[in-house]
Design a protein around this ligand. Structure first.
Ligand code: TTP
Ligand code: MG
Length: 347
């Protein structure tokens, strides 16, 4: 029997901000965009006080302001959150090197071969993270990744939930289908149209019905996941597929200069990450969203992988030439570099 631990930080971006400015504690805090609710942007996260007003991730900042005008709005400071993320993951790597980095504020550990009890491991992790970052986290432990992730979400904040195979009927099956990893809004809607609301009802469906509705591999996935079955190992090493940056203009932009300058800035950020991580890339793609939300992408590939900023910027501009701009305004631009190769000089 495997022992998999999933950890998810509590109100992560907001908690980092509260740590930096203890005066925020106890007040509703919303992090998102430029931190100005009169401007465009969405909520990245809100602390638990702000959530009481119905504020949640991905909600427009303006809506959040209407729900709670006295909330404190702060801009997103990725560098600070990345730094806190690296610190808490270093605590996890002190427990075992079998760690899967699952996002900025979450990770899995395979603690099957650790001699210590769940409680002892959790106490060590909590103390280490508190010491290095001042933050709290919620932890789930289960026989696989699927159940461990569900478990870490069951008692937030600062909770520990251990699920075993015996809990599938009593704890997993009464949950709404949306709690199952891999079920997004579309599948949820589809299943609800079939009168399937809980994971238990999903588990009771014959696999043939799921395959007919969702295809062979996703149908089988749903059938097994609803039974709490997941044999996937941790992925301890990721090769990035692409690096990208995008930005939404404060007001829609029609002039070429501003668009070109923004593309140059985004390209600079992409190249900086590319260089830091030791990669080169062959394909540059440009994403443009017009004011009516129509979105186009244009990709340009070089015969060989590019590493230098000026070469990559030139490629981005040659993509821009293929975008229809006359008489139209643009809402968002993005730059992506794909077809990556390891930079031989960085090896
Ligand atoms: P979550 O773990 O989903 O949320 P959280 O850590 O803020 O709160 P919880 O205590 O419920 O775990 O996401 C981690 C961070 O990722 C979050 O602090 C901000 C960022 N994020 C976004 O930027 N946009 C989003 O839509 C979501 C869901 C998260
Ligand atoms: Mg979190």
């Amino acid at each position: 029997m495997r022992r998999i631990l999933h950890i998810d930080m509590d109100a992560f971006f907001a908690a980092v901000e509260e740590r930096r400015d203890p005066g925020l504690k106890g007040k509703p805090v919303v992090i998102g965009g430029m931190g100005d609710p009169s401007r465009r942007g969405v909520v990245s996260t809100a602390n638990y006080e702000a959530r009481k007003y119905g504020i949640h991730s991905a909600m427009p900042l303006r809506t959040a302001y209407k729900l709670c005008p006295k909330a404190l709005f702060l801009p997103v400071d990725y560098e600070a959150y990345e730094a806190a993320s690296r610190l808490f993951k270093s605590v996890l790597l002190d427990i075992t090197s079998i760690m899967e980095n699952a996002g900025i504020d979450e990770a899995y550990l395979d603690i099957s071969d650790e001699p210590d009890s769940n409680e002892a491991i959790v106490a060590k992790i909590r103390a280490g993270i508190l010491e290095k970052t001042g933050l709290t986290c919620s932890i789930g432990i289960a026989p696989n990744k699927l159940l461990a992730k569900i478990a870490s979400d069951m008692q937030k904040p600062n909770g520990l939930t251990v699920l075993t195979g015996d809990d599938i009927k009593g704890k997993l099956w009464p949950m709404p289908i949306r709690k199952l990893y891999g079920i997004g809004p579309k599948t949820e809607e589809h299943l609800k149209a079939m009168h399937i609301e809980t994971i238990g009802q999903l588990a009771a469906l014959p696999v043939e019905v799921l395959v007919r509705n969702f295809g062979f591999s996703y149908g089988h996935y749903l059938h097994e996941a609803a039974r709490g079955i997941d044999e996937n190992p941790l992925i301890t090493h990721w090769e990035p597929k692409s690096f990208s940056r995008e930005t939404t203009f404060q007001a829609d932009v029609g002039d070429w200069q501003t668009i070109a300058r923004t593309i140059a800035e985004l390209t600079r950020d992409v190249v900086s990450e590319l260089t830091q991580r030791g990669y080169c890339g062959r394909t540059v793609s440009l994403k443009i969203r017009y004011e009516n939300f129509r979105t186009v992408t244009r990709a340009c590939s070089a015969p060989e992988a590019l590493c230098k900023a000026d070469e990559i910027r030139r490629m981005a501009f040659s993509c821009l030439k293929r975008v229809e701009l006359t008489g139209r305004k643009i809402r968002l631009v993005g730059v992506r570099l794909g077809n990556l190769e390891k930079n031989p000089k960085a090896l």
